[in-house]
Design a protein. Structure first.
Length: 181
C-alpha cells in the first residue's frame, strides 16, 4: 500500500479569499526514510500571471494525492482537504476523490487526552524534528511570492510532514478504523 503524508500552507483559512502557497509531501514507508518534496506556488510550473490563480498548483496537488492508496495529514479532514477542494472548485475542476485518509489530529482527539496541536504532539513524543517558527511578516511576504519568505514557508511545511510521519508511526496503534474521506 502506498501512503503519502501531506500538508498545505495557505494565505488564509478560507478557500474563498486565500490561495495555496505550497504543499509538502513525504512517503510513509516503514524502515525507509525518504526526504520530503514540495510543490511551490511560486515555481514557473505552477504560477500564473494572476497571483490569485493557484489552479495549476491545486490540480497538481490533487493528482499527486490521487497517485497513492492512502493519505495522512494533520487537521487534513477539516482544513487541507476542504481548502484544496475549494480551490479546485474555483478552478472549475473536480474535487479530490474519496480515498483512505488518516488524520492524526482526530486520532489524538478521539483516543488520547492531550493537546492535538502538531507542535505539542512533537514535544510530548520527543520527536527529533521540530516544527519551525514563521513570523507574520514572512507569511505576508510569502503571500506575495517573495523567494526568501517562500523558502522559509517551504522549510516549515517540510518539517511539518517530517513530524507528521514520525507521529503517524507512534499513533498508529491508536487508529481504530480507517475511512474514506
Amino acid at each position: 500500500m502506498r501512503i503519502l503524508s501531506f500538508d498545505l500552507e495557505c494565505t488564509s483559512l478560507s478557500g474563498m479569499v486565500g490561495r495555496m502557497l505550497c504543499c509538502s509531501f513525504k512517503p510513509v514507508v516503514w524502515g525507509h526514510d525518504s526526504p520530503p518534496y514540495t510543490f511551490r506556488g511560486d515555481s514557473k510550473e505552477y504560477r500564473s500571471k494572476d497571483i490569485a490563480d493557484d489552479s495549476k498548483l491545486a490540480l497538481a496537488i490533487r493528482d499527486e494525492l490521487e497517485s497513492v492508496d492512502m493519505i495522512v495529514g494533520h487537521n487534513s479532514k477539516l482544513f487541507d482537504r476542504k481548502f484544496l477542494n475549494a480551490r479546485l472548485l474555483k478552478a472549475g475542476s473536480r474535487p479530490l476523490k474519496s480515498m483512505w485518509h488518516i488524520d492524526t489530529m482526530w486520532v489524538i482527539r478521539t483516543h488520547i487526552a492531550m493537546s492535538s496541536k502538531l507542535d505539542n504532539i512533537q514535544k510530548f513524543l520527543g520527536l527529533p524534528i521540530a516544527k519551525t517558527p514563521i513570523t507574520w511578516d514572512n507569511w505576508m511576504r510569502g503571500a506575495a511570492y517573495d523567494r526568501e519568505a517562500m523558502n522559509i514557508i517551504v522549510e516549515h511545511c517540510e518539517h511539518d510532514v517530517e513530524v507528521l510521519v514520525q507521529s503517524y508511526w507512534r499513533l498508529l496503534p491508536y487508529v481504530r478504523d480507517i475511512r474514506r474521506a
